[in-house]
Design a protein around this ligand. Structure first.
Ligand SMILES: NC(=O)c1ccc[n+]([C@@H]2O[C@H](COP(=O)([O-])OP(=O)(O)OC[C@H]3O[C@@H](n4cnc5c(N)ncnc54)[C@H](OP(=O)(O)O)[C@@H]3O)[C@@H](O)[C@H]2O)c1
Length: 273
């Protein structure tokens, strides 16, 4: 049996679905099974990663655990106590920067370090920007104009289903233990490219407008803690995070190329209508 934390999220839901497809028994964790549905076929178990002592019953009998970054290292002691062999961690590219002054990088670096220091076997999955981040533009896309910052910053955006496909291989086989995998899509795209591709998928002319930094900062401050806003400005305004480099990981691990943003846009067009 394999336990998937964040089994209702963009990546976790796909990990659950793809594990079920290859015949694995899956326990999917969510804080509230009544509120958030896990994919049919998985056993939903209520657990909160901010309270690791709630994890014990779900982890007992699990061979592997898919985990999100940013929670207490006690999650790893609970996993060891329960007899889990390996953890596949959803980390991120910023873990490679080693920059603990950056709040996003810090929580990923800290989680990776705690996992390495545990007695568990591990695989670090380090995706770059998710294609699903474009869903933040849905209201603007309906209105026809997307104002977004960092006009000149390209990202090799990746489909969460491809991140999940890499994670699934690492969950079901010992072959990927001790490996760190950068995960990207097939091409680096600027925000204006992504807006154009979404327009083509929707059959509509969309306009992209470069959003000034001060306006973007004010919007972000209303949505997240200040240290995370600073973290994203450090990544994309100061250029401390390289998300433009395309890595061959998806093809190497899964045997097929990563999906393009155009593929993702067509498959998800209804979410923008
Ligand atoms: N977006 C990006 O571009 C990007 C890039 C690199 C790395 N990442 C990393 O990827 C992570 C996951 O992204 P995602 O898009 O898959 O996330 P998501 O769709 O926002 O889902 C988050 C998941 O976390 C679960 N969760 C939240 N708090 C929890 C808690 N206290 N205990 C247990 N589960 C909890 C939620 O489950 P319930 O609500 O059902 O409890 C949900 O399933 C991010 O947090 C980030 O660290 C993201």
């Amino acid at each position: 049996m394999i336990v998937v934390a964040g089994g209702t999220g963009n990546v976790g839901r796909e990990v659950v679905r793809q594990l079920l497809e290859v015949g694995e028994a899956v326990t999917a964790l969510t804080r509230d099974p009544a509120k958030s549905a896990v994919p049919a076929g998985a056993t939903a178990v209520a657990a909160d990663l901010t309270n690791p002592s709630t994890l014990g019953p779900a982890l007992t009998g699990a061979g592997a655990l898919f985990l999100l970054s940013g929670y207490s290292p006690d999650v790893f002691s609970e996993a060891e106590k329960a007899g889990v062999r390996r953890v596949v961690l959803l980390s991120g590219g910023s873990a490679e920067t080693g920059d603990r002054t950056n709040a996003v990088a810090r929580y990923m670096i800290d989680t990776e370090e705690a996992l390495r220091a545990s007695g568990l076997a591990w695989t670090m999955v380090r995706p770059r920007m998710f294609m699903t981040n474009a869903l933040q533009w849905a209201a603007q896309i309906r209105a026809g104009v997307v104002r977004a910052p960092w006009a000149d910053v390209p990202s090799a955006v990746v489909d969460p289903a491809d991140i999940a496909a890499v994670a699934v291989q690492a969950l079901v086989s010992a072959e990927h233990e001790g490996r760190e995998y950068p995960v990207t899509g097939p091409e680096a795209l600027r925000p204006s490219d992504r807006v154009r591709i979404l327009g083509a998928a929707l059959g509509r002319e969309l306009r992209y407008e470069a959003q000034p930094d001060d306006e973007a900062r004010a919007e972000m401050q209303a949505q997240m803690p200040a240290e995370y806003v600073d973290a994203f400005f450090s990544f994309y305004s100061d250029g401390t995070l390289d998300e433009a480099t395309v890595h061959p990981t998806v093809a190497e691990i899964t045997g097929r190329p990563p999906r393009t943003f155009a593929d993702w846009a067509i498959a998800n067009a209804e979410r923008f209508r």
